[in-house]
Structure formats: C-alpha cells, structure tokens
Write a protein that binds this ligand. Structure first.
Ligand code: AQP
Length: 334
C-alpha cells in the first residue's frame, strides 16, 4: 500500500572466527530474534570478514554452518528474515572495491580495531585487515540498511560507513541510505567467567572463561562451578567491586528472564557455592533447545543448504539493485 510506511531495515552479522558464545547469544542474537517483528531484517554469517585473520579452512566451514544453524535454532525465522552467508552474495565484494575508492587511507588508519588487530597479528597485517571497514560498509549500504545493531567496538565502523556514504552521495546524489548504529535497549553484556573484567569472547584464550553456545551440559556446569567470584559472601550486583558475582547475576537474570533485583532476592542468604551451579543450570536449560535444534539441523545438510541458498538469492536480488545503480553512477557500463 502506498501510504504504508516501509519498515526500517536492519542488517547484522557475526564473523565465524570462533565458536559462538553465551555472550554472542545474550548480547546479540537474542535481540535479533525480537527485531524480526518490527523490522525488515537481514542476518549474515560474515565469512569474508573472518579471513582477515588466518583461518583453518575446514574449521571455518564447520563454524560457518554451525553459526547459521545456531541463528535458526535460536529463533531467527528464515521466512521472515533474510539469513545468508556473506560470500554467497558476490555483490558485497564488488561494491567493496568501488567503495574502497571513496574511503581514505587516513580514516582507515585511525580505526581502533585495525590498530588492535594489527598488534595481535603483527606477522599478518594484511590489506584485508586494513580495508575490513570498507567491506562492512558495503554489507550495510548494499541493502540500504537503516539500523545496524552493534557492540561498542563496531560503532566507529558504522560512523565510517556514514562518512563513505555521505561522500558518495555528495558526488552522485542520494544513492545510499545513511545507517545508524543501533544500540538495543536491552541486551546483556556478558563477561568472562575467569576474568570478569574482560568481555566473554569467541577468541578468549582460556576455555573455562567462555561458555560456547554448543557446549554440552557437563561442560557448562563445570565452567560455572569454576567461575571466579570474590572474597565476600553476598550475592549483590556491584560491577566495580564484585565483577565476578555481578556477571553471574547478569547471566542468571538474562537466562531466567527476571531483573537483577529479583535474582538478588531469589538468592538472598545463599552461598556462592549454591549460586554458581544454579546459574549453570539456568544456562544449561536456556541453551539446551538451541543446541539440540542446531545439531539436528546440522545433520540435515540438504535442508540447511536449501535455507542458505534461498537466503543468498533473496539477498542477491536486493544487492544487485544497489550495485547496478552505483555502477551506473560512477560510469561503469552495465
Ligand atoms: N560477551 C558479550 N556480551 C554481550 N555481547 C556480546 N557480543 C559478543 N560478545 C558479547 C555481541 O555479539 C556480536 C558479535 O560480536 P563479535 O563477533 O565481535 O564477538 P566476539 O566474541 O567479541 O569476537 P572477538 O573475540 O572480537 O573475535 P574476533 O577477534 O574474531 O573479532 C556483537 O554484536 C557483540 O556486541
């Protein structure tokens, strides 16, 4: 209908550079599920971004499929949202080349993630690591996404995407929608179980600090029983002075769907020894259906393939429109 407003479009991606964690689920994927009713959503497995750091090819393939299965089993509905694998839509890489000609060396050099990753991968500071934000800009702009749900570390890249889009639009007219970083109103920030001052992340070196989405119940329980707390006794939320306990409260509250205060009240007078396994059990129950559904999807390779191919086709159709327009604008023969 003509006067019906178009839903805002969301694009979000996670790169399969490690196994998904409880943090990726509680901080990102869980929000994605909720967005599906109010927004027009595209969710992608950013495998091209993953190869900016050297990957074992077999592992990368396993993780890409596992990540896709996890999206679906967690509640991303491939009929509502477009779910796809980045490298299946060649237009991302094509647009990325063009946009690279509108991104400045100086601004790319200022990206903090580039600086961090260069330090961590001093023996492989490749050009892909440097132009990573250009590919990300292409992922976003090719779909004219309005909103990009991101963690803090990616906000700078969304700003850069806007700068590139603005620069392009100022020469060629209104080609790209200017996207905004979207910080979801709810969304837990989950810290490592072993060093709660650091974010739980898929590249964490201590396996006990990080709960994987596909972890079995025994592993989850073991990790929570070993979780770092503090020398006090109270189960009270205080990030600064009690980071370990506060993180466990955050996790329990998110898993049980209650507030921090309710969690504190539920465990008032209980010891850490009682609290830690209770958090473990809540997480086991939260992740059980996701893992089981993902495992059965992964056994049905044909179905998974059907889903990602359909997703790629739908995404490619949208992407082709933008890419064609861009090519014409810059003077390529289409
Ligand atoms: N612990 C977390 N708490 C809340 N949100 C989190 N996210 C990740 N970890 C947490 C959110 O998930 C999305 C994907 O983030 P990511 O790919 O940057 O995940 P990561 O585990 O943090 O990855 P690494 O360790 O930084 O891996 P590499 O080095 O390969 O990039 C984001 O929306 C993020 O906010």
């Amino acid at each position: 209908m003509e006067n019906q407003e178009r839903k805002k479009r969301i694009l979000s991606a996670i790169k399969p550079s490690g196994d998904l964690t409880l943090g990726s689920y509680m901080g990102a994927i869980k929000n994605w599920i909720g967005f599906q009713d109010s927004f027009d959503c595209l969710y992608c497995v950013a495998d091209l971004h993953a190869i900016t750091v050297r990957q074992d090819p077999k592992e990368l393939r396993r993780r890409s499929l596992e990540q896709l299965a996890a999206y679906l089993s967690a509640g991303i509905d491939y009929r509502k949202s477009i779910v796809f694998i980045q490298s299946h839509v060649a237009a991302h890489a094509e647009l990325s080349w063009i946009l690279g000609c509108y991104a400045m060396f100086g601004e790319l050099s200022r990206m903090t993630q580039f600086k961090d990753k260069s330090q961590k991968n001093a023996d492989n500071i490749n050009a892909g690591l440097f132009t990573y934000p250009v590919l990300m800009a292409s992922d976003i702009l090719i779909y004219n996404a309005d909103l990009v749900p991101v963690g803090d570390d990616q906000k700078q890249h969304v700003e850069l995407t806007r700068d590139i889009a603005n620069r392009f639009n100022s020469v060629y007219g209104n080609v790209f929608t200017l996207p905004e970083a979207f910080v979801a109103p709810v969304g837990a920030r989950i810290m490592s179980l072993q060093s709660p001052e650091n974010k739980m992340s898929k590249s964490e070196s201590d396996p006990n600090g990080c709960v994987l989405l596909m972890d079995k119940p025994d592993d989850i329980m073991r990790k929570f029983k070993r979780a770092v707390t503090d020398s006090g006794r109270e189960i009270r939320f205080d990030r600064e002075n009690k980071p370990g306990v506060s993180n466990l409260i955050e996790i329990y509250s998110a898993a049980a769907g209650i507030s921090r205060e309710e969690t504190e009240a539920r465990f008032e007078g209980k010891s850490y020894g009682e609290f830690k396994p209770a958090v473990g059990e809540a997480v086991v129950e939260l992740l059980r259906p996701i893992r089981e559904n993902a495992e059965s999807l992964l056994r049905d390779k044909a179905e998974l393939e059907r889903i990602y191919k359909e997703g790629a086709e739908r995404a490619a159709a949208l992407a082709a429109r933008t890419l064609n327009k861009v090519k014409k604008k810059v003077g390529l023969i289409v």
